[in-house]
Design a protein around this ligand. Structure first.
Ligand SMILES: Cc1cc2nc3c(=O)[nH]c(=O)nc-3n(C[C@H](O)[C@H](O)[C@H](O)COP(=O)(O)O)c2cc1C
Length: 172
């Protein structure tokens, strides 16, 4: 056990939840990330992409797909200071089968060598997608644990799963 930092991105607004387009006041990943931080007694950092995505679901999907297809690295407003943290709990929504592209910008822009990374991915059916292997590639000298996929529409009831996963990985 050491110090842990939760790093998360979540997009409130229109989203695809259990087959319908609904407007979320608080994003799914934010709910899961805050639960993880509470359980782990971790600090928390919210990732802000420099350019916001459309609150409209289908426009956002087009924006995200373009970036994913290109392998873009969109800038983020700020990087967390990860010195002093042994474990990074990285929480994000599955976008087009992996992490949002600016999450790569973030992970590639902070020192992760020797740190443990726990990926948590909220999704509507893709599970972790290929985000776990993508994180291993982006952070080759980190110890990337197996990820926890959380069904977005079940984020509020995922607490026991999150707790078990944190325990299995020695965070609590
Ligand atoms: C741009 C975009 C792309 C998405 N792509 C996928 C996907 O490939 N697979 C999947 O299962 N869900 C996908 N989703 C659904 C989200 O992963 C899911 O609703 C997630 O819980 C949203 O988290 P948030 O509310 O924290 O932003 C996508 C949603 C958006 C907005």
């Amino acid at each position: 056990m050491g110090r842990s930092l939760v790093i998360y991105y979540s997009r409130a607004g229109e989203n695809y939840v259990a087959g319908d387009i609904v407007s979320l006041e608080v994003g799914n990943t934010e709910i899961a990330a805050k639960a993880a931080a509470e359980i782990a007694g971790a600090d928390i950092f919210e990732v802000r992409p420099e350019r916001e995505y459309s609150p409209n679901y289908s426009i956002c999907c087009k924006e995200a797909k373009g970036e994913t297809d290109e392998g873009a690295r969109p800038p983020v407003a700020e990087y967390p200071d990860v010195e002093g943290y042994d474990t990074l709990i990285v929480c994000y929504p599955c976008w087009i089968g992996t992490m949002p592209m600016f999450m790569f910008t973030l992970l590639e822009g902070i020192p992760t060598a020797g740190k443990k990374i726990l990926p948590l991915c909220t999704n509507e059916g893709s599970g972790m997608g290929k985000s776990e292997s993508d994180i291993r590639e982006a952070c080759p000298d980190a110890d990337v644990a197996y990820g926890l996929p959380v069904r977005g529409c079940e984020a509020r009831s995922a607490r026991p799963d999150i707790e078990r996963w944190l325990r299995e990985n020695g965070v609590v």
